[in-house]
Design a protein around this ligand. Structure first.
Ligand SMILES: N[C@@H](CCC(=O)N[C@@H](CSC=O)C(=O)NCC(=O)O)C(=O)O
Length: 276
């Protein structure tokens, strides 16, 4: 593991690291904010999953989350959104390939060789974080857009592993919208039956844990109607009695200005669950 950046930040440290990922078969960068803490203290960890076109930098430079993590004594981990490199499959479009890993395990060529973001986020990364940083095994997960959906699917597929889950402007029914249909066809193939295990709305019915979901959604988000579709997820959550707080925020768009406006609420929500 190599440290690429280190900055004093709200009494703690914002660092960026590079390591050779066995699961993804490439070098990966990830960011870690570590608040001030006592020697030997182990802190809970919130994982943040970013959206299309992002890498580990977007969240740490735009969301303003560190001040709240410092207040609550939680570590923040923000990985890149896909495998990267000249040897890794890619596409010219912003919504497929590098920068668009969708937090699933691809089964189709040419993607299957490296695009195993689900295994990376749920297995390899937490193992590394809990071995190399002052991190406990208490974890929660949140994200934005493609990453908001990734956070939801990962929490739903791993009952008991995450103390809390939340999302900003998540893609909520990817098997029914253009971003998801395009990516799932490429990564998982034409057989839609194989898509359901990676769709948050489809996963709700089989969830064995009714972990409360917090979602913030901007009403002025240009992707709201065609790509995000919170109404589909909300209807399924209501049908199943799955606890959901869906906050529709008038005037806010899809950007990190929106995330920065409400990230304090999300970190407080996660900290309460992680320390409860
Ligand atoms: N370039 C595209 C849209 C790209 C975009 O809006 N990316 C979002 C995430 S979208 C869902 O996963 C993002 O987080 N961008 C990075 C940022 O720092 O804002 C287009 O123009 O349509």
């Amino acid at each position: 593991m190599e440290r690429l950046e280190s900055h004093a930040c709200f009494g703690g440290a914002q660092t960026v690291w590079k390591h050779a990922s066995e699961v993804l078969g490439c070098e990966m960068s990830f960011a870690v904010f570590t608040p001030a803490h006592a020697a030997g203290e182990r802190l809970p960890v919130i994982y943040w999953l970013s959206g299309l076109t992002c890498n580990e930098q977007n969240f740490i430079t735009k969301a303003g989350a560190q001040q709240f993590a410092a207040q609550h004594g939680v570590i923040l981990v923000a990985p890149d959104t896909s495998p990267r490199g000249a040897d890794v499959a890619d596409d010219e479009a912003y919504d497929l390939g590098q920068g668009a890993g969708f937090y699933l395990n691809a089964t189709q060529g040419p993607w299957a060789q490296h695009f195993k973001m689900y295994d990376y986020i749920t297995k390899e990364l937490p193992k590394l974080i809990e071995a190399e940083f002052p991190a406990s095994d208490k974890r929660s997960i949140m994200g934005h857009s493609m990453g908001g959906h990734g956070a939801l699917t990962i929490a739903l597929k791993n009952p008991g592993r995450y103390a809390a889950v939340s999302a900003f402007s998540p893609i909520l029914a990817p098997t029914q919208v253009p971003w998801g249909e395009k990516a799932f066809t490429a990564y998982l193939g034409e057989d839609r039956a194989t898509w359901a295990e990676w769709d948050a709305t489809a996963l709700l019915a089989g969830a064995s844990e009714r972990l409360p979901v917090l979602i913030d959604q901007g009403e002025a988000d240009p992707f709201l109607e065609n790509q995000l579709k919170p109404e589909i997820f909300a209807a399924e959550a209501e049908r199943l009695g799955h606890p959901l707080t869906l906050r529709r925020q008038p005037g806010y768009d899809h950007s990190y200005y929106f995330i920065a406006s409400f990230i304090g609420d999300h970190i407080a929500h996660h900290a309460a669950a992680l320390k409860g």
